[in-house]
Design a protein around this ligand. Structure first.
Ligand code: ADP
Length: 498
């Protein structure tokens, strides 16, 4: 099959979280299974910087071209490279007025959110360039609201754009909290027929994610539980009826772990290597982490790691109200993240006031994320909702028991310890999604941690789990096949060539 992925983030060039990780890994596995795969992303300032830093060449490909959108002509340049360690082509769509900005999701120079327009330029330019570079794609796989225009254009531009008439569109929701909601008068910037306005409207606004949810041939999200949760309130974020109406086209496919990046037995970023055969070597990573954090490396008390966006979604509003009490009880925390200013402020304040018990770094630091996953005893991820979550998968692989809320992908990937499942449990779940529930749970975890036989068994169970990209990639491929088959079956018989 010919598969083109369109996304706003891709590791290692530009990413803020899980979306970029997925786009940096899934296409490579699909290609290794014998398919022709390409990736399309915007040419941000950060892409040039990272490529230079990593020594990855970016080359001009086809001649610059232009697109018409919003009564304006936009000049587009296309740079090409490969996803590292693979033969997968990645094309960066250059349109400097939109992407030559300090951050991936930067506003324009007046501070306005022009996301609808900039990502519309990206998608329209990609859809124009794809026919110039590759055989007609079987699958256009768009990810999150930034690329929602792709399935809409494939469905609604017809018959004006026959090139894509046989292509199947797949739209993956990585996080429904972000939908791309803009003033309705911006609709014309999408270049779609006006009679489709209603299909992408929501509360007198344009909702790009809703448009894609209606237009795409197939809809996926990143875990089976999350696929169920978004069909009802509150996790459907007001689009639950749309998802219910498309439930025959909605599936959940769990993300995988990129074992080239996240594997404690060969991870070049961590101070010491270990695995299922020698799990006790993890203690060297723990010692290095505690020393770096200025904490006593000989103190055998529980060390809890946290890495991720400092937001309510990730449950930080549950953590901070009881943090002081936990610290006084002797718990130690090592945290890495960026996010809401109030949470960032609290991280800095605790790092100062509770220096030997709480170490926090506000920033995005790859190596530190690996150190924390490898060096902590337990990994806290009390998300309020979680489409899939990658960090808990890494913590399973690194022998750091995840403590999670039983939602979405966390429910599908962590088996909580109940007292009766010693041979299969891989982590802990919060008694309730409240600060007091968190307090109670952490005290239970502390008791389990003191029982080394039990703890080591749970660590072993977690490290044995295999959340490989191979499995996810095969599930996506069979979904593509099925959609191609159904699309062909839906075509009038006069158009079928056999
Ligand atoms: P999200 O909802 O943010 O996508 P995930 O758990 O799916 O959450 O993925 C988050 C990814 O981003 C993980 O690989 C995690 O290690 C990484 N990450 C998040 N915040 C940071 C940070 N501040 N520094 C380094 N890596 C980070």
């Amino acid at each position: 099959m010919n598969i083109a992925h369109l996304a706003a983030e891709v590791r290692p060039f530009a990413r803020t979280g899980g979306l970029g990780e997925v786009i940096g890994a899934l296409p490579i596995i699909q290609a290794s299974l014998g398919h022709h795969v390409s990736v399309w992303a915007p040419l941000y300032q950060q892409v040039r910087r990272e490529a230079e830093h990593l020594g990855i060449p970016l080359e001009w490909t086809i001649e610059p071209f232009s697109i018409e959108l919003g009564y304006q002509t936009h000049n587009i340049g296309l740079l090409q490279s490969k996803l590292p360690g693979s033969n997968v082509s990645i094309y960066f769509v250059g349109a400097d007025p939109f992407f030559d900005r300090p951050a991936i999701y930067s506003p324009d120079s007046y501070g306005r959110d022009d996301g609808l327009f900039r990502f519309a330029v990206f998608v329209r330019a990609a859809l124009k360039a794809i026919p110039m570079l590759a055989p007609a794609p079987d699958i256009i796989h768009a990810h999150d609201w930034h690329t929602a225009l792709a399935p809409m254009a494939l469905a609604w531009d017809q018959p004006a754009n026959p090139y894509y008439k046989d292509a199947v569109s797949v739209f993956t929701i990585h996080n429904l909290a972000f939908q791309g909601i803009y003033e309705q008068n911006q609709y014309l910037y999408l270049g779609l027929p006006i009679d489709k306005l209603a299909a992408s409207s929501w509360r007198e606004h344009i909702n790009l994610l809703k448009g894609a949810a209606i237009a795409a041939d197939a809809l996926t999200t990143v875990s089976p539980s999350y696929a169920r949760e978004i069909t009802s309130h509150p996790w459907g974020f007001d689009l639950e009826s749309v998802f219910r109406s498309r439930s025959d086209r909605l599936v959940g496919i769990i993300n995988g772990v990129d074992r080239n990046e996240w594997n404690p037995s060969k991870d070049p970023r961590i101070p010491c290597h270990y695995g299922l055969e020698n799990p006790s070597e993890k203690s060297h990573c723990r010692r290095a982490l505690l020393t770096m954090a200025g904490m006593d490396p000989d103190d055998s008390g529980l060390v809890i790691g946290l890495v991720g966006r400092l937001t309510e979604q990730k449950g930080y509003d549950l953590v901070f109200p009881v943090l002081q009490e936990l610290i006084s009880q002797g718990f130690r925390f090592v945290l890495l993240g960026t996010g809401e200013p109030e949470f960032e402020r609290q991280v800095r304040a605790y790092s100062h006031s509770a220096r030997t018990k709480f170490w926090g770094y506000v920033g995005f630091e790859d190596t530190l994320a690996h150190w924390i996953e490898a060096g902590c005893d337990a990994f806290l991820m009390p998300s309020r909702f979680e489409p899939c979550g990658l960090s808990q998968l890494y913590s399973l692989a690194y022998g750091s028991l995840p403590i999670v809320n039983r939602v979405g992908g966390l429910r599908d990937t962590v088996e909580p310890f109940t007292g009766a499942n010693v041979l299969t449990a891989t982590g802990f779940e919060l008694k309730s999604p409240t600060p007091s529930g968190l307090l109670e749970t952490l005290n239970l975890v502390k008791v389990c941690f003191q029982n080394k036989l039990l703890w080591n068994q749970l660590v072993h169970n977690g490290m044995k789990k295999d959340f490989s990209w191979q499995r996810s990639a095969k599930e996506y491929l069979s979904l593509y096949q099925q959609q191609l088959y159904e699309k062909q079956a839906r075509r009038p018989s006069s158009q079928i060539g056999w």
